[in-house]
Design a protein. Structure first.
Length: 251
């Protein structure tokens, strides 16, 4: 396979993997065809990178495009790249929708594998997710992954109560609880884990972590971690932690 990094400035799009089974590509998705033809003004001869969402990609040269469909042929297949060596699952508290969406978008750019919305004790009643909102969040994640040059689409899981999320996270090599009351900085916690395969990060709501939740987290083996002396917003804390992980593990 060719290396995707040798093909510069190629626009990237996640598509149905079935479209990439043949070297002759036909796209009839109205939204994608509109984006190519009307928004990006792509024409015959232009090239795009189509990704299957699982790490494989194809460089496609457009042969023809009109209002209803686009046709092209595969000129190279490659590994999509852009994925960190460590799988990071972010258990993100349900907070105000616009702030949750912003944090979700940036977390995808910073390399998370999966985002699990979590109902903490101090999550507000209006901070919930229905099917429509989950679908919107998955679109945001897909677009952020395209923009960031990732090869896989991070999954947005169904919302979970805090207790269920805790039980799920025990399979991680390192599980972190971002806690303003913690006395150990995240940097010190990471120093004991030279290269974990999977990290789980719990980031709480605007009202903070309930004492009972803190006790339950400790009982499940989570490591409380401070991000420094300043109080960060609920949507800022997980991004600060992700940036620190990138630096620590060269992600």
């Amino acid at each position: 396979m060719d290396n995707a990094t040798t093909i510069p400035n190629t626009r990237r799009f996640f598509v149905d993997p079935a479209w990439l089974r043949s070297d002759q590509i036909e796209i009839d998705d109205p939204a994608l065809v509109h984006q190519w033809g009307r928004v990006l003004r792509l024409t015959a001869g232009d090239r795009v990178m189509l990704l299957d969402g699982s790490g494989l990609a194809a460089i496609v040269e457009i042969v023809a495009i009109d209002r209803k469909r686009a046709q092209g042929h595969v000129i190279a297949r490659c590994q999509a790249g852009g994925e960190p060596a460590i799988a990071i699952d972010l258990y993100l508290a349900l907070i105000r929708p616009e702030r949750f969406e912003w944090a979700l978008q940036k977390a995808v750019e910073l390399g998370v594998r999966r985002i699990v919305p979590v109902a903490f004790a101090r999550s507000l009643p209006g901070d919930r997710a229905d099917e429509r909102r989950l679908a919107r969040w998955q679109r945001i994640a897909t677009e952020a992954a395209e923009q960031a040059g990732r090869g896989k689409i991070p999954a947005i899981a169904a919302p979970q109560p805090f207790a269920a999320a805790l039980a799920e996270s025990v399979t991680a090599d390192l599980a972190l609880l971002l806690d303003e009351q913690a006395t150990i900085h995240l940097r010190e916690v990471l120093s004991a884990y030279p290269m974990p395969n999977r990290i789980a990060i719990f980031s709480g709501p605007e009202g903070g972590i309930d004492p009972a939740e803190r006790s339950a987290a400790l009982a499940h083996g989570l490591h409380p971690a401070s991000l420094g002396p300043r109080i960060l917003r609920a949507e800022t804390a997980p991004l600060a932690a992700l940036a620190m992980l990138q630096y620590a593990f060269h992600l």
